[in-house]
Write a protein of this length. Structure first.
Length: 244
């Protein structure tokens, strides 16, 4: 058979999809970011959002890749993955692999969520001080980053199940995800909190659950007004039940 030179960009779609199916998710993402055609192949293979914590690790004794998201294994001979710990021979997470590809317009930032979990995000240069290669914590830029971190922390702390890692595909929160929502997230989050009253038997339990969230602290007057309104409604319903 005659060998013909070619490149991956002009391969038939079924062959390109086969290649993406064989690659670990982190490598597949890096390949998919090279051009629009390969990106469409990546999204056909992985239509869900791809976590920046995704990584490639060593192979287990059965020959399979260990690790995805933030679940990592510290011992090559260990069968059970252990959360929150970085293995000795762990390769870089996806976020650091594509950091240079993003260019100087963005920088990689690691946010601490729920004190124990890390979330990798890329921050636009308008909130980043490129001249000092440091996060600018003073002034408007620092405030923007601080509020971004508190939004994600509220989202993580409002989980349906606090035992589920935020990078797990099954993670669900009672609050909307802050991604790409900016300041509009606050109004949406507060509306969600107000509607959540139906989950509780009384106003005190509802208030106790939400009062420590940063979004409530930023909207304390509104939250206190709701507490008064709900308390009056509850009192009115109680009077009706008593037939008074």
């Amino acid at each position: 058979m005659k060998h013909v030179k070619t490149n991956i960009d002009i391969l038939p779609p079924e062959l390109a999809l086969r290649i993406f199916g064989l690659l670990p998710k982190s490598s597949a993402t890096c390949l998919g970011l090279t051009c629009p055609r390969l990106y469409s192949c990546l999204k056909k293979q992985h239509p869900e959002p791809i976590c920046l914590m995704c990584h490639e690790c060593f192979r287990s004794r059965c020959g399979q890749f260990i690790g995805s998201y933030c679940i990592m294994t510290t011992d090559p001979l260990c069968w059970e993955p252990q959360k929150w710990e970085r293995p000795r021979n762990h390769k870089e997470v996806l976020a650091t692999r594509i950091m240079e590809w993003m260019g100087p317009q963005y920088t990689l930032m690691i946010m601490r969520i729920r004190s124990r979990e890390e979330r990798y995000i890329f921050v636009h240069s308008n909130v980043y001080d490129c001249s000092t290669v440091e996060i600018a914590w003073d002034g408007f830029r620092g405030e923007y980053i601080r509020y971004l971190e508190t939004r994600y922390n509220d989202w993580a702390c409002a989980a349906f199940d606090n035992q589920v890692c935020i990078h797990d595909p099954g993670f669900r929160s009672r609050l909307p995800k802050p991604y790409n929502k900016g300041d509009s997230w606050y109004a949406e989050a507060m509306a969600t909190i107000k509607d959540d009253i139906i989950r509780f038997d009384n106003v005190e339990d509802w208030s106790s659950f939400w009062h420590n969230f940063d979004v409530v602290g930023e909207n304390k007057d509104t939250f206190d007004l709701w507490c008064e309104e709900f308390s009056l409604e509850q009192m009115h319903d109680g009077i009706k039940l008593l037939g008074l």
